[in-house]
Design a protein around this ligand. Structure first.
Ligand code: IP8
Length: 266
């Protein structure tokens, strides 16, 4: 491991897909963020990538009530939906891998349905796969439908829980970054509210009037991200929420320690 350390970065589902329309990808955003990842890789940072599900996971999960586990009345449709969502997620993951490959980066996808069990931050599974020794293969995983050992049978493991465990357990993480789709960071009000202002430093007791759009998002939206981010910040000094469409800010943060965005404090 070189002295620059690791960057754990989440490409939010709202950044890489259009959250409202089933299986619609935002190729331009993926391309831009992959270019930034390439720049960081060239500079010698070791990266671990996580991505969200956006419209490749949340819409069908919501429709088939996947987050609440098996429901005898619709069991058959649910089992089909689980297969469908898992395959959608691999498809989305392959899009990111393909985009990285185009610019000369090799990324290895690790679908959680194949190595993780259980939901929430105490899921089980071997995290050693993320501990790359050098920088020539970037590990990449994502929020997914995973098996559960209890009577629920399956559930949804959010990319935010993966961010938490990877940041806490893999050594030498210097930055944990959550990239958002349409906003500069954590806002005081939902983005469509004219009074919404950027919160530059967020700590646990700050109250935000977030808009967890539960009609679409089955994991917990910005609220789960904030909860996990505050926990991560107890260990990692640089935990940030940034606008994923402004790559220069990602670079500025890494180079100077600050930028336009929200820094999470313990
Ligand atoms: O978007 C959710 O992951 P997240 C995964 O990171 C599914 O919360 C399949 C909805």
């Amino acid at each position: 491991m070189n002295s620059k350390g690791r960057i754990v970065i989440k490409l939010g589902g709202g950044l890489i897909t259009n959250k409202n329309l089933s299986k619609t990808i935002n190729k331009e955003a993926i391309k831009n963020v992959c270019n930034t990842i390439k720049q960081l890789n060239d500079e010698g940072y070791v990266l671990i990538i996580v991505h969200g599900a956006g419209s490749y996971g949340h819409i069908l999960s919501k429709k088939m009530d996947i987050a609440n586990g098996i429901n005898n009345e619709i069991q058959e449709q649910q089992i089909n939906a689980v297969q469908q969502i898992r395959s959608n997620m691999i498809e989305l993951n392959n899009e990111v891998i393909k985009s990285l490959k185009k610019i000369g980066l090799v990324a290895i996808g690790y679908p959680p349905s194949k190595w993780a069990k259980g939901i929430g931050k105490d899921f089980t599974g071997n995290l050693d796969i993320f501990e790359t020794i050098n920088n020539d293969k970037i590990p990449i995983c994502f929020g997914d439908v995973v098996d559960r050992d209890d009577s629920n049978k399956f559930g949804i493991l959010s990319g935010d829980d993966l961010m938490y465990r990877i940041s806490m357990e893999i050594p030498n993480v210097n930055f944990t970054i959550f990239l958002l789709g349409d906003v500069d960071g954590v806002l005081t009000n939902p983005p469509n509210n004219l009074n919404a202002k950027l919160i530059k430093n967020y700590s646990k007791n700050d109250i935000t009037n977030t808009s967890h759009s539960s009609d679409i998002d089955v994991t917990g939206g910005i609220d789960l991200k904030l909860l996990r981010a505050v926990e991560i910040s107890k260990k990692i000094e640089n935990v940030w929420f940034l606008n994923g469409n402004r790559s220069e800010r990602i670079m500025q943060l890494i180079h100077t320690g600050t930028t336009i965005g929200t820094k999470i404090l313990p």
